[in-house]
Design a protein around this ligand. Structure first.
Ligand SMILES: CC(C)(COP(=O)(O)OP(=O)(O)OC[C@H]1O[C@@H](n2cnc3c(N)ncnc32)[C@H](O)[C@@H]1OP(=O)(O)O)[C@@H](O)C(=O)NCCC(=O)NCCS
Length: 216
C-alpha cells in the first residue's frame, strides 16, 4: 500500500512556477520545526490568533508535531485542515493552510492562513502561495468563498490579502497578549481572485472522493 492511497491528502501537490505546495507529512516536521525555531515573526509582534510561537522554545517542536497529527486525526469531509508545506526549488520556506470549519459540502467556504520563515519574507512568496491555494480552492475543490483574517497592524498579511483580491468583511475585537487587538475579517470570491501563475495540481481525485465531492 502507498501512503497516498491510505491518506489521499498526502497525494495532493499544487505547483506554481518554482513553488510546490504539498500537504505536510510527519517527515516534513524536522524541516518545519527548524524554520519555526529560526523565527517566523518579530518576537515583539504576535501575528497569530492562537499564539503558538509564544510557547517556550523547548516545547515548540513537540507542540508542532501534535498540531500536525491533529490535522489528520480531526479530518472529515465537513471539517478539515490542509496544511501545505511550501517549497521553493525544493527548499521548505513555510506553510500555506486551507481549512473548512463548517460542513464544506454545503457552505463551500474555506479559510486561509499562512506563515513563512522570516528569512523568506518580502520576496513575493506569500502572495504567490496564497494565489496558488485560492486557485486550487475555487477550481478544484469548488469553493464559493474563502475567508481569512489578520490583525489590523499586520501590514504584510493585509497587503497580501489585498493584492490577492480579498475584501474587508468586518472587524473583530480580540485579546492578544492581554491587550485588545482588532482583527480585520476578509472574504474572497472567485470573481475577485487576482490570479498568479497558472497552477498544476496532482492527486486531487482521491481527495475529492474522500471529501464526498467527486463529480463522477
Ligand atoms: C504574511 C506573510 C506570509 C507574507 O509573506 P511575504 O512573502 O512576506 O509577502 P509578499 O512579499 O508576497 O508581500 C508582502 C507585501 O506587504 C508589504 N508590506 C511589507 N511590510 C509592510 C507593512 N509594515 N505595512 C504594509 N505593507 C507592508 C510589501 O510591500 C508587500 O507588498 P508589495 O508587493 O505590494 O510591495 C509573511 O509576512 C509572514 O509569514 N508573516 C508572519 C506570519 C503572519 O503574519 N502570518 C499571517 C497571520 S494572519
Amino acid at each position: 500500500m502507498d501512503i497516498e492511497k491510505i491518506w489521499p491528502p498526502y497525494g495532493v501537490t499544487i505547483t506554481a512556477g518554482d513553488l510546490v505546495l504539498a500537504v505536510t507529512r510527519e517527515g516534513d516536521s524536522c524541516e518545519l520545526v527548524d524554520l519555526v525555531l529560526d523565527g517566523v515573526h518579530d518576537p515583539d509582534f504576535m501575528p497569530f490568533l492562537f499564539p503558538w510561537t509564544d510557547a517556550p522554545r523547548e516545547e515548540v517542536p513537540g507542540n508542532y508535531l501534535q498540531y500536525l497529527a491533529r490535522t489528520v486525526a480531526g479530518f472529515s469531509p465537513s471539517s478539515f485542515s490542509l496544511q501545505f508545506v511550501v517549497r521553493r526549488n525544493g527548499e521548505a520556506v513555510g506553510i500555506q493552510g486551507l481549512e473548512a470549519n463548517s460542513n464544506f459540502r454545503i457552505t463551500r467556504t474555506l479559510e486561509t492562513g499562512s506563515w513563512l520563515a522570516r528569512r523568506f519574507h518580502g520576496q513575493g512568496i506569500g502572495t504567490r502561495m496564497r494565489q496558488a491555494v485560492c486557485a486550487f480552492a475555487f477550481d478544484v475543490l469548488g469553493a464559493t468563498e474563502i475567508t481569512s483574517g489578520a490583525f489590523l497592524d499586520n501590514g504584510p498579511s493585509q497587503a497580501v490579502s489585498r493584492k490577492v483580491g480579498y475584501r474587508p468583511n468586518g472587524i473583530q475585537r480580540m485579546e492578544r497578549r492581554e491587550q485588545l487587538a482588532q482583527q480585520q475579517l476578509l472574504v474572497l470570491t472567485e470573481a475577485d481572485l487576482v490570479r498568479g501563475e497558472p497552477i498544476t495540481v496532482t492527486g486531487a481525485d482521491p481527495l475529492l472522493a474522500q471529501l464526498g465531492l467527486s463529480t463522477t
